[in-house]
Write a protein that binds this ligand. Structure first.
Ligand code: HEC
Ligand code: HEC
Ligand code: HEC
Length: 167
């Protein structure tokens, strides 16, 4: 939710209006400089990955069977993936790790600024459509962990069903 809409909720318009205006001015520079680099974009900390629950209107998906709760999204983007691109099924660079999972994304803003379900639908279509969703996710996530494990990396991420999906 934007600051703008938070501000609009209040009735004491005149008084709070100026407070909000000042608050918005103060946050503006941060928004302007956010960009190029990974680290300055707002990256969601943890995400529950469940396409059916997050995009119920998406056509052609298999029925919801599994999810990944509390996926450490920000840690992956900013820490786990650094220096590990050799293990990743999808090309990315340390300066732009987002591409490891957000297929075809050219900038963090292209991800954060897009409608999540439209963005996901396009990504899924590009990789063979909704029937291939499970394979697409396993290739993207599990294969990096497997490749790291095979290479003998000490911290390689989980490869067992239960470690990602729970019981
Ligand atoms: C590295 C993490 C990881 C591991 C290990 C893993 N999965 Fe998944 N799996 C995912 C992710 C992420 C999704 C996408 C979940 C979603 O959007 O609902 C997924 C999706 C699925 C789906 C489709 C679920 C749905 O609701 O559409 C099934 C079924 C599934 N996994 C079964 C398994 C089984 C069985 C194993 C072990 C042989 C396994 N997974 C191992 C990450 C993993
Ligand atoms: C290791 C995989 C991975 C990396 C790296 C990654 N993401 Fe994600 N991200 C996901 C998955 C999976 C989802 C859930 C499905 C979706 O929305 O595409 C997601 C969702 C998102 C969302 C939607 C949040 C929500 O509420 O569901 C945003 C915004 C986002 N990512 C931004 C980024 C940015 C910016 C970067 C790079 C700095 C990044 N991601 C790096 C896997 C990743
Ligand atoms: C390029 C490699 C790479 C990709 C791609 C990747 N991971 Fe990981 N993941 C790691 C590494 C490395 C660790 C272990 C980090 C550590 O323990 O310090 C890890 C750890 C994890 C863990 C356990 C520890 C934690 O902090 O959560 C889970 C669960 C996990 N990954 C799920 C996923 C899912 C789901 C995806 C896809 C959306 C994914 N990973 C994509 C490299 C990767």
């Amino acid at each position: 939710m934007s600051k703008d809409s938070v501000c609009k909720k209040y009735n004491l318009r005149t008084m709070l209006g100026s407070v909000c205006a000042v608050a918005m001015l103060l946050t503006l520079p941060a928004q302007l400089v956010a960009g190029e680099k990974n680290t300055t974009a707002p990256i969601p900390e943890k995400i529950t990955i469940n396409v059916q629950a997050s995009c119920p209107q998406m056509a052609g998906l298999e029925p919801d069977k599994k999810e990944v709760k509390e996926f450490s999204h920000k840690l992956h983007a900013e820490k786990y993936l650094i220096g590990k691109s050799a293990y990743a099924p999808r090309p990315y660079t340390d300066a732009f790790t987002c591409a490891a999972c957000h297929a075809g994304a050219q900038s963090a803003e292209a991800i954060t600024g897009a409608d999540k379900c439209q963005r996901l639908t396009a990504a899924i279509e590009k990789e063979g459509g909704p029937k291939k969703y499970k394979q697409m996710m396993h290739a993207m996530c599990q294969d990096c962990h497997k490749n790291m494990q095979k290479a003998g990396e000490s911290k390689s991420g989980p490869t067992k069903c239960i470690e990602c999906h729970g019981k």
